[in-house]
Design a protein around this ligand. Structure first.
Ligand code: ADP
Ligand code: SR1
Ligand code: MG
Ligand code: MG
Ligand code: MG
Length: 417
């Protein structure tokens, strides 16, 4: 398979494309004169079209041969679409309630057609910016993360299945290398891509580049990101990759998926919730976000605590027929099982804090920032929010081994404020 026949679709050519795929045309009903479509992509990389017909609807996501938010000067493999479609399918089998269904995938066109998450679904980051409470968010995200991560790890599956999945996703090299560059390298060096609220954070950005302890820690995390194949991870699980309503939580955009460290996903989610937390003062009028800030922190705590509880509950059901990491004949007493579980969760917690912190730092001094902070128009106010987030992230990155509960992390955050 190749991309020789690839061309980027526009609102006209997409109609003809859909017409040429009977199952898609049937899903919409009527004919192309009845179909309404619009491009809604607001992410950094791809085109996304919403298509609505008299009988049904869907979303069409097409990769571009470059990084959309930068332009053609930064080429990026079209193959990412293949990994995204496959991750949606694999994670969708494990957590169908929280992953949109894939209706169609076209390798040559680097195009995926999936379920349209209709309004009132909105991107979680936008909901957090607006100060909306999502009472089921922690319950749903802990469910999604526990099921997808546990069930693609060697705790649950044999090395045969694991190695074939590692092989399948190991081709997602260009996306992994993008992450290596923009998360684990550029924020710690002088790089043309980097930017920050200037001049306010000039000294903060410089301090990062001069911090040997931080460099030591980020090197360890980069090595783990590159070397570990712990589970099939989403790879970009920030709050812009989650769509929500009061009752539904849906994870989209797994184009960075590969077999990597679980903490990279859990950390992305928690780290981005913390960015939302630190941005709240920039959106408050007369301290009216204090309750909301408490809700975000509670959601961080609940997400981690429920995740570890559900992960361990899944583990408990598989002792008789486990994956290859913990054979039943060796891990055959309550005592040894408790020992290995404790070790596993505590390592995962440490990784979560480290990766989460790295993801906070890159969003403040690296190439790609977040709307939570960018939309604070008063630069003095924004810089205060960003500096608080940076200082907490630096502390978590360096001291992550000294935290033994998420509550400890949250009290540290509150004491710094
Ligand atoms: P990118 O990889 O460029 O970040 P995303 O997959 O995040 O692209 O999609 C960009 C935007 O398109 C999302 O922020 C969301 O608003 C919209 N979108 C993507 N997938 C869906 C979907 N299945 N249903 C509804 N809207 C979607
Ligand atoms: C050029 S960096 C673009 C970023 O957007 C994606 O969603 C990933 O987070 C990536 O790091
Ligand atoms: Mg996205
Ligand atoms: Mg994406
Ligand atoms: Mg991130």
């Amino acid at each position: 398979l190749n991309h020789n026949k690839y061309f980027p679709l526009d609102e006209i050519s997409l109609l003809s494309y859909i017409e040429s795929v009977p199952k898609l045309a049937e899903r919409l009903g009527g004919n192309k004169s009845h179909w309404k479509l619009r491009e809604v992509g607001d992410g950094n990389l791809n085109y996304v079209f919403i298509v609505i017909g008299p009988a049904g609807s869907f979303v069409v996501k097409q990769a571009l041969p470059y990084v959309r938010c930068v332009g053609e000067s930064w080429p990026l493999s079209l193959d990412r679409s293949y990994y995204e479609a496959n991750a949606l399918k694999e994670h969708g089998l494990l957590s169908p309630e929280h992953v949109p269904e894939v209706y169609h995938f076209d390798y040559q066109m680097a195009l995926t057609v999936m379920h349209y998450l209709e309004p009132p679904h909105i991107i979680l980051r936008k909901g957090l910016l607006a100060g909306t409470v999502y009472p089921l968010l922690a319950e749903h995200m802990s469910d999604y993360m526990a099921k997808t991560l546990f069930n693609t790890s060697l705790v649950a599956i044999p090395t045969t299945i694991h190695k074939s999945r590692v092989a399948k996703f190991s081709g997602n090299v260009s996306l992994c290398r993008l992450t290596e560059q923009v998360i684990f390298s550029e924020p710690y060096m002088v790089a043309p891509n980097n930017h920050w609220t200037s001049p306010h954070l000039d000294e903060d950005a410089k301090a990062i580049r001069l911090d040997d302890q931080l460099k030591l820690e980020i090197a360890g995390l980069k090595a783990k990101f590159c070397e570990s194949s712990q589970a099939l991870i989403h790879g970009d699980l920030h709050t812009g990759s989650i769509m929500v309503t009061a009752t539904s939580t849906q994870v989209i955009d797994p184009e960075f998926a590969f077999c990597g460290p679980m903490g990279f996903d859990v950390g992305a989610f928690l780290g981005n919730l913390l960015l939302a937390f630190f941005s709240q003062d920039g959106h408050a009028s007369e301290n009216d976000r204090e309750d909301y800030k408490r809700w975000i922190l509670q959601t961080v705590a609940d997400s981690w605590n429920l995740f570890q509880k559900k992960f361990l509950a899944l583990w408990e059901t598989t002792w008789k027929d486990p994956g290859d990491a913990y054979p039943a004949t060796i891990y055959n007493t309550a005592n040894v099982r408790e020992l290995v579980q404790k070790r596993y969760i505590s390592q995962l917690f440490e990784d979560t804090l480290g990766f989460g912190a790295a993801k906070m730092i890159r969003r403040i001094v690296g190439i790609a920032h977040v709307e939570d902070l960018e939309s604070i128009t008063d630069k003095d106010v924004r810089a205060v929010c960003e500096r608080r987030a940076l200082n907490v992230a630096k502390l978590l990155l360096k001291e992550r081994r000294n935290f033994s509960s998420i509550e400890q992390v949250l009290s540290t955050i509150q004491s710094i404020k």
